[in-house]
Design a protein around this ligand. Structure first.
Ligand code: AMP
Ligand code: MG
Length: 523
């Protein structure tokens, strides 16, 4: 069998406490990190897409992925030798409030695959049916959200943003009932399963649940295990090492958030159960990409009122989430000071990283005090002119200190969604001449600056409307655009002159279309 070459070594289930109840019904699960549960059988698996790179990393060839066995396994119909499926238990704060037990409500983990380099990757199926953690929901996922998760995971990876990966998306052949905008209009939609891949899927909420239940014994087991497996460079676990571990999680989180800010990604649901301790972008739901630069934007209609998870608030929310994690492990560290120190470092480190990121995006060799105004004025300008963030930074690389200001004004108008008013044009002229003065100071050859800018400012991102077009076609049985997008997004920093239609401004029709700029948690 083609897939028998996948080797499993299931450390998580071997080393951590299991729920003794093996019947699959919804319940509170105590003193256990997971429950044994099998994926549900589905009617008729059909492969929609797979990631060649992810497959290769697991030791699978393209031919292996195109077998019926592959679709059966990654739809959940067949288990390979060594797979020992389970759902994990976690809790979390949702939109700022403690929500109690959440857990893998529609995810079934298959096991930990070990490749020929000895690298561990947990494989899990999202949309694989009911588990003890399904609460009032159905355990399933629909095609649209599965394609969105699949494409974005891989796009983020190629952009250099830390993320969980996706191996495949498979139609189940079953229909799933969804009320997309919770407005009493449910529809039947095609069901699908995504195979997600990461070294581990441990979340902030994985720790919070035990502290909330005063189960310090299981809390310690999970933390010791996490340090030994996911942070093997750290010394043997103990109170000081727990604090050191937390400091590392803070640093990884800084890096993830900076990357989101760099590429214009809005996660949409930064609940503490959706925060990975490895600093990976996890749980792609109602996420979106900034089109017109707007720090107040969120694609998530479920959060439209308070906009807790808006683009510009992500750094602050990540910090809030880290504080919740600090509180969760405090009973093991027993000292607030090192935890507080790590949180303070988050803020300082983010600030430092932000300056470096802005310098890189603007093509400056380094960030100086005066550049603060240059950066702030630009963000104000982009917001006022409703400028497409991706197009702007990418296009700026082609301008030089020699260009006439009219060149800049034409470029800005072409990459903006609003008409440039006379007032905005004045701000724009002023900004451009300041930028020209600034790059002149750097005395760096234009070609070198351009190459450096193009390495941090992607040309291609998963524009919201492109994902929706690929979904519309896939729902009609045509997966061509899913593959084509996946392909373009493999090299987001390359020019790819025959693919420029994927680097175009959002068309007008997409501005208000559900799925393009408005999404909900219904998936
Ligand atoms: P999310 O907001 O997608 O991170 O989900 C929050 C919680 O709800 C997690 O515990 C999920 O496993 C669970 N959940 C979301 N959708 C479903 C579903 N269709 N069936 C069962 N559980 C779900
Ligand atoms: Mg989640």
């Amino acid at each position: 069998m083609a897939l028998d070459k996948l080797q499993f070594d299931n450390r998580f289930t071997r080393q951590l406490p299991a729920d003794p109840e093996v019947d699959n019904y919804r319940r509170q699960v105590y003193a256990a990190c997971f429950s044994w549960v099998k994926p549900s059988l589905v009617r008729q698996p059909e492969l929609v897409a797979y990631s060649r790179e992810m497959a290769e990393q697991l030791g699978l060839s393209a031919a292996d992925c195109e077998t019926d066995e592959f679709s059966q396994v990654f739809a959940g119909n067949r288990l390979l030798p060594g797979m020992e499926p389970f759902a994990s238990c976690y809790g979390g704060h949702q939109f700022g409030d403690w929500a109690g037990q959440l857990g893998d409500g529609r995810v079934v983990n298959l096991g930990e695959a070990v490749n020929r380099n000895g690298e561990y990757q947990t494989l899990q199926l999202k949309g694989a049916g009911l588990t003890p953690y399904s609460r009032s929901a159905d355990g399933l996922a629909v095609l649209r959200s599965s394609i969105r998760e699949f494409l974005c995971s891989e796009a983020m990876h190629h952009l250099g943003v830390p993320t969980t990966r996706a191996l495949s998306v498979v139609l189940t052949g079953d229909r799933v009932r969804r009320d997309m905008f919770y407005d009493g209009n449910p529809q039947m939609e095609p069901g699908a399963v995504v195979c997600r891949v990461a070294p581990s899927f441990t979340r902030f909420g994985s720790f919070q649940i035990f502290t909330a239940r005063d189960d310090l014994d299981t809390l310690k087991q999970l933390l010791d295990y996490t340090i030994r497996t996911d942070f093997p460079h750290l010394p043997e676990p103990g109170p000081d090492v727990y604090a050191q571990w937390f400091a590392e999680v803070c640093q990884k989180t800084v890096e993830m958030i900076l990357n989101w800010q760099r590429v214009g990604f809005v996660h949409g649901v930064m609940n503490t159960d959706n925060m990975s301790v490895l600093g990976l972008t996890i749980d792609y739901g109602p996420y979106g990409w900034l089109e017109n630069y707007d720090p107040d934007w969120t694609p998530n209609t479920t959060d439209a009122h308070s906009r807790r998870y808006r683009f510009g608030n992500q750094p602050r929310i990540a910090c809030w989430n880290l504080v919740q994690l600090a509180n969760a492990i405090y009973p093991l560290v027993k000292r607030a000071q090192p935890l507080q120190q790590a949180v303070d470092n988050y803020t300082a480190s983010f600030e430092q990283g932000r300056q470096k990121m802005m310098a890189d995006k603007l093509g400056l060799a380094a960030f100086t005090v005066e550049d603060e105004a240059l950066a702030a004025d630009l963000l104000q300008l982009l917001q006022t002119a409703e400028t497409d963030m991706t197009l702007f930074y990418r296009g700026l690389a082609d301008l030089t200190a020699e260009n006439a200001v009219t060149v800049f004004l034409d470029f800005l108008a072409a990459s903006s969604y609003a008409e440039l008013s006379a007032e905005t044009a004045i701000l724009a002229e002023r900004w451009f001449s300041a930028w020209q003065g600034r790059i002149r100071q750097d005395v760096r050859p234009d070609a070198e600056r351009r190459a450096a800018m193009n390495a941090v400012n992607p040309k291609y991102v998963l524009r919201n409307y492109l994902a929706q077009q690929a979904i519309d076609q896939a729902e009609q049985g045509d997966y061509g655009m899913v593959s084509e997008l996946l392909d373009v997004l493999r090299q987001p920093y390359a020019d790819q002159p025959d693919k420029t239609r994927f680097a175009a401004k959002r068309p007008d029709w997409a501005k208000q279309r559900p799925g393009c700029s408005m999404l909900s948690c219904s998936s």
